[in-house]
Design a protein around this ligand. Structure first.
Ligand code: AHR
Length: 502
């Protein structure tokens, strides 16, 4: 049996749980939109062509914010193609994913979908092939009441009320050579500053996200954030981070430690943003928007062999997630919570089919992938303040990160309920975790669930064949004695335990 103990106290908080931390992402890519959220011919489709089976599952997940319409797609997107009468909308080449975009789902459809889900839209503008003027036109179309060219066009298109979008991404991954309109940090920093200032002059209430690094392993990481923020600090509110993790060559031990990289990535972006703040004598802080993160097996082809170019909604990167992937996602959520003082926005990429929390088949069923469970539980149960957690844990060796804690943890407290999110990274042994309850006024377990392999399953089991094969089960092995709880986690598991006063 492995062991760990947590140190936590209600007085030591990281900050309030940022509700926007539990976001998702809908890109015009593969089958995320078409046959994902939108499929007018599906038996469950509603009057807007939305799949109500996917809509209901999305509501259960409850993403608090959803980024749209890309991703790499946005860097070639001409938003004007996606508005107005559907029969007049052009089919266009999507260079990013080498598919054909029909534009049958566009801005008004996304607005209607977001309202039905009850989520906040986060819109990205194209700073790849387009610039300041088009971004301002889109903002005018979306947020200006009426009486101007683009606001009147929106009204004429049937949306009398403005969309009222507050969160705007100033482009996507422009540090990446794969991005249409790839830029140097200096080129992008100026463009972000000028576009941001112009957009704010139209709507001073918007919040702006500058493009950060596409991953911590980018050769320009660090220098990119520094230059971009030196040039745009006055104009933006957040800088973005993107990270995707996968298991390489069967090295599950390193893969399970992915949150070590995420912790480091966040700490280093915070350090860079704060150094620019000091050097520029700025008072405001730039916070972080981790607006693409997930497990993604990038070694499989995105397009090319097996995927014909210029299809509508081809099957691309439809990763099927295992129990191991769900445990990693649980630890990545812990990392985001641990940094809740500075990471104020998160978006797990993507919502459906494309590296999706959900999967759906054209004309067929929709279901939750394994990774949806930790996402949904943390979104529902993390309330009040995030606590500082000091974990003293047995360690295990990894090829990538040296010795890593077997047990990974985060916790929240809302004056009534103490909630602890735990992962056991050991693939063979259970882990016994001590959680001190003194000072919280709680003494009873009100909820304890876990996700791990059940009989007949192993770490590779997914929900593809049996859509509910991997789900949450009641964790019985939790005891409370004299202000100390002991939680026994099965091997390779993710768990949530909640305590309240009897
Ligand atoms: O989420 C899939 C892709 O990953 C996005 O389009 C891009 O921004 C990132 O590289």
């Amino acid at each position: 049996m492995r062991t760990a103990r947590l140190a936590l106290d209600p007085a030591f908080t990281v900050g309030p749980v940022p509700r926007r931390l539990f976001g998702s992402f809908v890109e015009h890519m593969g089958r995320c939109v078409y046959t994902g959220i939108f499929e007018p011919d599906h038996p469950s489709a509603d009057e807007d062509g939305l799949r109500t089976d996917v809509l209901e599952l999305t509501k259960e997940l409850g993403p608090t914010v959803v980024r749209y319409p890309g991703g790499n797609f946005v860097s070639g997107f001409e938003w004007e193609d996606s508005v107005g009468p559907r029969e007049e909308r052009p089919r266009r080449i999507d260079r990013a994913w080498r598919s054909v975009e029909t534009n049958q789902f566009g801005l008004a459809e996304f607005d209607a979908w977001a309202r039905k889900v009850g989520t906040e839209p986060m819109m990205a503008v194209n700073l790849g092939t387009r610039g300041l003027q088009e971004a301002c036109d889109l903002l005018e179309y979306s947020n200006h009441t009426s009486g101007t060219k683009y606001s009147d066009l929106r009204v004429q298109h049937g949306s009398k009320d403005p969309f009222g979008i507050k969160l705007w991404c100033l482009g996507n991954e422009l540090d990446g050579p794969w991005q249409t309109g790839h830029k140097t940090a200096a080129e992008y920093g100026r463009l972000a500053a000028e576009t941001g200032m112009a957009m704010r002059s139209i709507d001073p209430d918007i919040e702006l996200v500058a493009v950060g690094s596409s991953s911590r392993s980018m050769p320009t990481f660090g220098a990119w954030e520094q230059t971009v923020l030196e040039l745009s600090y006055h104009a933006v509110d957040y800088v973005s981070l993107h990270a995707y993790y996968q298991e390489h060559d069967g090295d599950a031990a390193s893969f399970l430690a992915s949150a070590v990289d995420m912790d480091l990535f966040i700490d280093q972006v915070v350090a860079t943003a704060d150094a620019v703040r000091a050097k520029g004598k700025h008072t405001k802080k730039i916070n972080l928007s981790f607006d693409e993160w997930n497990v993604w097996y990038q070694t499989k082809p995105h397009h090319g062999p097996g995927v014909e170019p210029w299809d509508v909604a081809p099957r691309v990167i439809e990763d099927e997630y295992s129990i191991t992937d769900a445990v990693v996602v649980g630890t990545l959520l812990n990392s985001l919570l641990r940094h809740a003082d500075r990471v104020h926005i998160g978006a797990q990429a993507q919502l459906v089919n494309v590296i999706g929390l959900l999967r759906s088949e054209p004309g067929g069923e929709a279901w939750k992938q394994t990774i949806a469970h930790p996402f949904e539980q943390v979104r529902r149960l993390a309330t009040g303040n995030v606590l500082q957690v000091v974990t003293t844990s047995d360690k295990y060796e990894t090829a990538k990160f040296d010795a890593v804690d077997v047990v990974d943890a985060s916790a929240t407290y809302d004056d009534e309920t103490l909630t602890v999110f735990l992962a056991n990274r050991d693939q063979a042994d259970s882990a016994s975790v001590e959680v001190p309850l003194r000072g919280f006024g709680v003494d009873r377990v009100v909820n304890a669930k876990y996700l791990a392999a059940a009989e007949g399953q192993d770490r590779h089991t997914t929900n593809l064949e049996n859509h509910s094969a991997v789900g949450l089960r009641t964790l019985d092995d939790v005891t409370v004695t004299e202000g100390l709880a002991t939680v026994v986690l099965p091997p390779l598991s993710w768990a949530v335990v909640q305590f309240r006063k009897a």
